[in-house]
Design a protein around this ligand. Structure first.
Ligand code: NAP
Length: 293
C-alpha cells in the first residue's frame, strides 16, 4: 500500500514510517518544512510538501495514496479549540478525497473526557468532547468512508518523548518537588511508541469502518507512582498538591495532571491481533533515557 502519513516527521509518526516501510508499504509523508522533508527522505519515505492549513495539499496527498494515517496536530494548548478546528477541517478534507472508495483513513484521538469511574473500553463514547477528530471520523464512516479512530494513551513513551511525562520531569527539576494532585490515585494509560506504531499499521491493514481502537498497553498508572519514580530518580521530595495549588505548580499541565483516564485495549487486541510487547511506562522511566542529560 502507498500510505499518506500526516505527522510523519513527529515522535510517533517517525516510528510509524519505519513500521510501514518494514512491512513492505510505501510512505508518502506530509512535510511542512525543509527540515521535516529531509528527515522523511532520509528515513526512506517519499515527501509531500504541505500543511494542515493547506487543505488542497492534504487532498492531493490523499489522492495519491491507497490509505491515510492522520497524526499531525498543532500542540498549542493555549489555543486548543483552534487546533481542534484545524484538525476537524483536515480530517474532512482527507475524507472527501477518500469518499466512495475502500481506501482506509485512520485518525488520531485521545482518552481524556470519559470520566466513567472505570476503565474506558472501545465501546464507550466520551462524555465530554476533548478533541473533535473522533466525531469527524465517525461522521465520515457513517457516510460510507472506511474511516476509523486510534485513541492513544496519554503517555506514548520511548526515547525522544517530549510529551506529558518529560514535562512532569522538567517541572520537578524546576520546582524542586515531584508532585501529584490530591491522593494521586488518578490514573493515566500508557503505550510504548513502537507498540503504538504497530497498532496503527494493523488498524490500517485490517481496521473496520467506524471502529475505535485503543492504543493502550498500561491500563492506568497512578500519578502518585509516576511522581514517586521521578522523585527517586531526581532525588527530590514527592509531594501532594491541592487542586488549588496545582495551577501554580504545574502551569498548563494542571488541566491534565489531575485527570483520571484509565482505559483497556482488550477488544483492540482481539480484533487486530495486536499484542503490546515493549516496556511499560514505569519500566521505561526506571531503565530508559528519561533522566539522561
Ligand atoms: N506523544 C504522545 O504522548 C501522544 C499522546 C496522545 C496523543 N498523541 C497524538 O498523536 C499524534 C502524534 O503525536 P506526536 O507525539 O508524534 O507529536 P509531535 O512529535 O509533536 O509531531 C507532530 C507532527 O505534526 C506535524 N505538524 C504540526 N503542525 C503541523 C501543521 N500545521 N501542518 C503540518 N504538519 C504539522 C509536525 O510536523 P513538523 O515535523 O514539521 O513539526 C509533526 O510531524 C498527535 O495527534 C498527538 O496529539 C500523542
Amino acid at each position: 500500500m502507498r500510505v499518506f502519513v500526516t505527522g510523519a516527521s513527529g515522535f510517533i509518526g517517525s516510528a510509524i514510517v519505519q513500521e510501514l516501510l518494514g512491512a513492505g508499504h510505501q510512505v508518502l509523508g506530509l512535510a511542512r518544512s525543509e527540515a521535516s522533508a529531509q528527515a522523511l527522505a532520509t528515513a526512506g519515505a517519499q515527501v509531500h510538501r504541505g500543511s494542515l492549513d493547506d487543505l488542497a495539499s492534504l487532498r492531493s496527498g490523499a489522492a495519491a495514496s491507497d490509505g491515510v494515517m492522520h497524526l499531525a496536530f498543532i500542540h498549542d494548548f493555549s489555543a486548543y479549540e483552534k487546533a481542534g478546528a484545524t484538525d476537524r477541517a483536515a480530517i474532512e478534507a482527507l475524507g472527501q478525497e477518500l469518499a466512495g472508495s475502500d481506501r482506509p483513513l485512520l485518525v488520531t484521538s485521545g482518552l481524556a473526557g470519559f470520566a466513567l469511574g472505570r476503565p474506558a473500553t472501545e465501546s464507550d463514547s466520551p462524555a465530554a468532547m476533548v478533541r473533535p477528530s473522533e466525531p469527524a471520523a465517525l461522521a465520515l464512516a457513517a457516510q460510507g468512508a472506511r474511516a476509523s479512530v486510534v485513541r492513544l494513551a496519554a503517555s506514548v513513551h520511548d526515547r525522544g518523548d517530549y510529551g506529558f511525562v518529560p514535562t512532569l520531569i522538567n517541572i520537578a527539576r524546576q520546582t524542586g518537588e515531584s508532585a501529584y494532585v490530591g491522593e494521586g490515585l488518578n490514573c493515566w494509560p500508557a503505550v510504548h511508541r513502537l507498540d503504538a506504531a504497530r497498532l496503527y499499521r494493523l488498524a490500517l491493514e485490517h481496521g473496520a469502518a467506524g471502529a475505535r481502537y485503543h492504543g493502550v498497553a498500561d491500563e492506568g498508572i497512578a500519578l502518585r507512582d509516576i511522581a514517586a519514580i521521578i522523585g527517586q530518580r531526581l532525588n527530590l521530595p514527592v509531594v501532594s498538591k491541592t487542586p488549588e495549588e496545582a495551577a501554580d505548580h504545574f502551569g498548563w499541565m494542571a488541566r491534565f495532571v489531575g485527570l483520571d483516564m484509565p482505559a483497556t485495549s482488550t477488544l483492540t487486541q482481539q480484533q487486530l491481533n495486536w499484542h503490546p510487547s515493549h516496556p511499560s511506562l514505569l519500566a521505561d522511566l526506571e531503565h530508559g533515557d528519561y533522566f539522561k542529560g
